[in-house]
Design a protein around this ligand. Structure first.
Ligand code: FE2
Length: 249
């Protein structure tokens, strides 16, 4: 628990950083290792929210506070692993840093089943190759299922299962795309595989502590993670295959 006022206390909720979560947990007698539920009840409407920053453009902490309507910043965890407690508000936040915010949320927003925005397939995402599009739809489905487990059912077991499914499917899908690239001598194969490695690494990083505890904006992160890859890198592969007259695997 953290003192948020003279007689107000808050519990950590959905902390995504093992280091910081354990630090806070230890200080206030909460053992995250034993936690079977990802969202301990909030008290008096105060919560800690962990936000992973994934924009390529740096932002000041005061912008993050505004964006999430937070009260203050508890800590900034740099990508390098360094944690800065009570950082000044003009500190710059860089891509892949994490910020722990103190927020006052209304109860409905926390318990509502629509507290995360599902990704909806759009024809704009089509790369023109049916087998790739089908797998991309599958990935979107699994990201949404993961969001359901994380924000609606909030069961650690379901979150763990959904995350592992997403990871497995991603690895298989990338392998399928790479086989296609090899088969048809795709000239950009090297960069494309590098991109797959980076994306896989980013997803593995999300759960490197095996706690299945994720940041509040995880769906936003996965959405940009997947959609940007589809729209830029996979689209170029699709155009290449279509030009070669290949429409199916
Ligand atoms: Fe790809």
């Amino acid at each position: 628990m953290i003192r948020a006022g003279a007689d107000e206390v808050v519990y950590p909720i959905r902390l995504g950083s093992e280091q910081v979560a354990k630090f806070i947990g230890k200080q206030y007698g909460i053992d995250l290792e034993d936690s079977t539920n990802l969202a301990p009840p909030n008290l008096l409407g105060y919560n800690l929210k962990l936000v992973k920053y994934f924009d390529s453009k740096n932002a000041q902490l005061k912008n993050i506070i505004d964006r999430y309507n937070a009260i203050s910043v508890v800590a900034l965890k740099r990508k390098s692993g360094i944690t800065i407690e009570n950082p000044s508000l003009d500190t710059l936040v860089e891509r892949d840093d994490s910020v722990i915010l103190l927020v006052k949320e209304d109860k409905k927003a926390i318990t509502s089943p629509t507290s995360f925005e599902k990704i909806v397939w759009s024809d704009d995402y089509s790369v023109g190759i049916q087998s790739i599009d089908e797998e991309h739809r599958g990935l979107i489905l699994l990201i949404n299922r993961f969001g359901d487990a994380l924000f609606v059912s909030k069961s650690k077991k379901e979150v763990a299962k959904a995350f592992e499914q997403l990871l497995d499917y991603t690895v298989n899908h990338f392998r399928n795309e790479e086989e296609l690239m090899e088969k048809y001598n795709y000239p950009e194969i090297k960069q494309h595989i590098q991109d797959h490695h980076r994306l896989t690494q980013e997803v593995l990083e999300l759960n490197k502590d095996k706690q299945y505890v994720f940041s509040d904006n995880i769906i936003e992160f996965l959405k940009s993670w997947l959609i940007n890859h589809i729209l830029e890198v996979d689209r170029r592969l699709g155009e290449f295959l279509v030009k070669k007259g290949i429409h199916e695997r």
